[in-house]
Design a protein around this ligand. Structure first.
Ligand code: AP5
Ligand code: MG
Length: 216
């Protein structure tokens, strides 16, 4: 089961990735989380990524492809994997298609579809764990104890790129570079569209239902 999650910033990719990977028994990764982890550890890649992420721009393809391919080589199980936020450009999609060519290719590209008005609202309320990166929302999905992660007790913070100017830029970049991938996967017969403008539980149910036939 090799699956990717597509969707505008704030569509709910990270929120749903955890449940989907748990229920399908496949490891998951978010390319954004990998970059944030590098920043936390102060690596050279982290410093490079920060200069792009703060502005809401994409990190260059060569470093992004290298980082995700390394994760796949180290973590993909025989059961497959779930990628959240990769690929995001045509070059990244081609690199993934090429890497999976000998293994029957990708099984599904899931688009979590949400309107712009809704995602601006969601991102302005998002806080996430500084340790395990679990996302919460001040209004819609608050933690049990304010400021603390329910899963690991880590401190919650707001992402620098959730400021309104960076969110605008991320939306613009998505429309220009990532949206064309929707047509790429539709033409390849891999696209599954899920209405993301429902409750977290309803979106998750729809996602699992849609992936069930692919998994069997
Ligand atoms: P990344 O971290 O991937 O950010 P993103 O794509 O902009 O997506 P988000 O993580 O903001 O949103 P999400 O869809 O995961 O939503 P979430 O579940 O948190 O990338 C960040 C940056 O890294 C990029 O801008 C780029 O610079 C770089 N990068 C990453 N990948 C790259 C690549 N492949 N190539 C080049 N550069 C790359 O939910 C959002 C909020 O909504 C939360 O508060 C949540 O609680 C709430 N919520 C979720 N679902 C619902 C619901 N159904 N109802 C109500 N609230 C909900
Ligand atoms: Mg995310």
């Amino acid at each position: 089961m090799k699956v990717i999650l597509l969707g505008l910033p704030g569509a709910g990719k990270g929120t749903q990735a955890e449940r989907v990977s748990g229920e399908l028994g496949i490891p998951r990764v978010s390319s954004g989380d990998l970059f944030r982890d590098h920043q936390k550890r102060g690596t050279e890649l982290g410093r490079l990524a920060r200069s792009y992420m703060e502005r809401g721009a994409l990190v260059p393809d060569d470093v992004t492809i290298g980082m995700v391919m390394e994760w796949i080589a180290d973590n993909a199980s025989p059961g497959g994997f779930l990628l959240d936020g990769f690929p995001r450009t045509r070059s990244q999609a081609e690199a993934l298609d090429e890497a999976l060519a000998g293994e029957g290719g990708l099984d599904a590209a899931v688009l979590i579809d949400v309107s712009r008005a809704e995602l601006v609202r969601r991102l302005s309320g998002r806080i996430l764990c500084s340790r395990c990166q679990t996302p919460y929302n001040r209004r819609e999905a608050p933690p049990g104890e304010p400021g603390k992660c329910d899963r690991c007790g880590g401190e919650l913070y707001q992402r620098a790129d959730d400021k309104p100017e960076a969110v605008e830029k991320r939306i613009e970049v998505y429309v220009q570079d990532t949206e064309p991938l929707v047509a790429h996967y539709r033409e390849g017969g891999k696209l599954i569209r899920v209405d993301g403008e429902r409750s977290v539980a309803e979106v998750g149910d729809a996602l699992i239902r849609a992936l069930q036939p692919v998994a069997t």
